[in-house]
Design a protein around this ligand. Structure first.
Ligand SMILES: *[C@@H]1O[C@H](CO)[C@@H](O)[C@H](O)[C@H]1NC(C)=O
Ligand SMILES: *[C@@H]1O[C@H](CO)[C@@H](O)[C@H](O)[C@H]1NC(C)=O
Ligand SMILES: *[C@@H]1O[C@H](CO)[C@@H](O)[C@H](O)[C@H]1NC(C)=O
Ligand SMILES: *[C@@H]1O[C@H](CO)[C@@H](O)[C@H](O)[C@H]1NC(C)=O
Length: 406
């Protein structure tokens, strides 16, 4: 693997970069023209290195896919090797096995030395010690069912959840030390709301995404539309900032606070309502995740008004090559790290795909479902990836996270 990766890297990056990291492979340029007939049979769970090729394809094609499949880091642009993955960056390592389930809202609590997150099983909140990897349960004073979003604003932790079939979701305050969880919003003029991801700005507000179709709300007849929302905490004004999104999910501010990145994971209504729905995962909890194969898998950038802090225009940054985009973070250098099926994609805000942090196949039971990364968080120069079924970590990146998110 090492020698092949060096050859491929040398083709693209030159010898110096090729020697920089043994786990990094450059996407070889000869893959820009594939032998016919080639195909991506399902782009929900087939990654680019699983493109099918004719049986008589020259052997270097299959060998290249095999090498890319096994690599921890795949570069599409030389800046991935010079700006993100250093010579001492360690491989993607699995540090905790978690039973199947969505692992949401990881937040690095520096003073506690832990990352706090929420799973969608009964245990729900957990912490992992960043040094020992010890996983502990965390209990809130009252249940916060289907909690998926979290952010810290002026030392105060906010959570967002979808609720379940008996109670509505909404926005919460959490006192981490005591576990005191207090709901501050559970409706918009009587309509159900939910939050999948959230991020606080410096103006006393929280951007959050309500992916209305994502979690079944069987007892709710009416809910607010799937949208990017802004909650102004001083007045509790709830503003639907962009209701044209179909399945808004990850949301994060650029480090200079001038842009907001939001992704749209499309329509996850179950068949037969949606003839384009394909199964991405069948979870242990009996829930199946469907994705609209014809729907958006897009990261947008909103330019924020310097006076109001709210979006004044929107442009497309990138489209995922498989599955759907999930949680996002930014580095202090301004790069966008987006969780996606297969790993984490790193983009320049201009849309250039710099590289992929590649989650290995080998999970406790080897199920492909576990290659979906739900959310990520930086701990200094380390990146923690919370995937279906496990927690993965990369140590020693050349970038740190945006300090406002730590
Ligand atoms: C990729 O990993 C598989 C499974 O560990 C192994 O059989 C194969 O030889 C590896 N291929 C390369 C090119 O490293
Ligand atoms: C966490 O809680 C679950 C039950 O919800 C239990 O099975 C598990 O043993 C607990 N883990 C720890 C480390 O206490
Ligand atoms: C909501 O619906 C579920 C079935 O989908 C049912 O078990 C539950 O009792 C209902 N809750 C209420 C409050 O009606
Ligand atoms: C929990 O937090 C809320 C909001 O900050 C506060 O009003 C309440 O008194 C707290 N409850 C306890 C038991 O500390």
């Amino acid at each position: 693997m090492l020698s092949l990766s060096l050859i491929f890297s040398a083709c693209i990056l030159g010898t110096r970069a090729a020697k920089s990291n043994p786990y990094l492979v450059a996407y070889p340029s000869f893959l820009n023209v594939l032998p016919e007939p080639f195909d991506r049979p399902t782009f929900l769970t087939n990654l680019f290195y699983q493109t099918t090729l004719p049986s008589n394809a020259p052997p270097q094609y299959g060998a290249a896919y095999d090498t890319l499949h096994n690599a921890s880091f795949i570069s599409f642009d030389p800046r991935f090797a010079t700006d993100v993955i250093g010579s001492a960056t360690g491989p993607v390592e699995k540090v905790a096995v978690i039973e199947d389930g969505s692992q949401e809202m990881p937040m690095y609590l520096k003073d506690e030395g832990v990352i706090f997150w929420s799973g969608n099983d009964l245990t729900q909140f957990r912490t992992i010690d960043v040094k020992t990897y010890e996983v502990k349960n965390y209990t809130t004073s009252v249940p916060v069912p289907n909690a998926a979003a979290g952010t810290i604003h002026k030392g105060q932790m906010y959570l967002g959840n979808f609720g379940d079939t008996t109670v509505h979701g909404g926005i919460w305050l959490l006192d981490y030390k005591t576990g005191n969880a207090t709901m501050i919003l559970n409706n918009q003029l009587g309509l159900s709301i939910g939050a999948d991801d959230m991020t606080a700005d410096d103006r006393g507000g929280i951007f959050f995404t309500d992916t209305a179709s994502r979690v079944p709300r069987t007892n709710r007849t009416m809910q607010s539309p799937a949208a990017l929302y802004y909650l102004r905490l001083s007045t509790m004004s709830l503003i639907a900032v962009d209701p044209t999104l179909i399945g808004p999910n990850g949301v994060v501010l650029s480090p200079d606070g001038k842009e907001l990145y939001v992704n749209d994971n499309g329509d996850t209504y179950n068949p037969p309502n949606n003839i384009n729905a394909q199964v991405l995962t069948a979870g242990k909890l009996g829930s199946t995740v469907y994705v609209n194969s014809a729907g958006p898998r897009t990261i947008y950038a909103y330019t924020l008004s310097p006076t109001t802090g709210l979006p004044i225009s929107r442009r497309t940054v990138a489209v995922a090559e498989a599955g759907f985009l999930d949680g996002m973070k930014v580095s202090s250098s301004g790069l966008i790290f987006a969780a996606v099926y297969g790993g984490v994609d790193v983009y320049d805000p201009d849309g250039t795909r710099l590289g992929r942090i590649n989650i290995p196949d080998a999970s406790p039971n080897g199920k492909p479902v576990e290659k979906h990364v739900v959310n990520i968080v930086f701990e200094g120069n380390n990146l923690w990836c919370f995937a279906y079924g496990g927690v993965y970590r990369v140590q020693g990146l050349l970038v740190k996270g945006d300090p406002r998110l730590g």
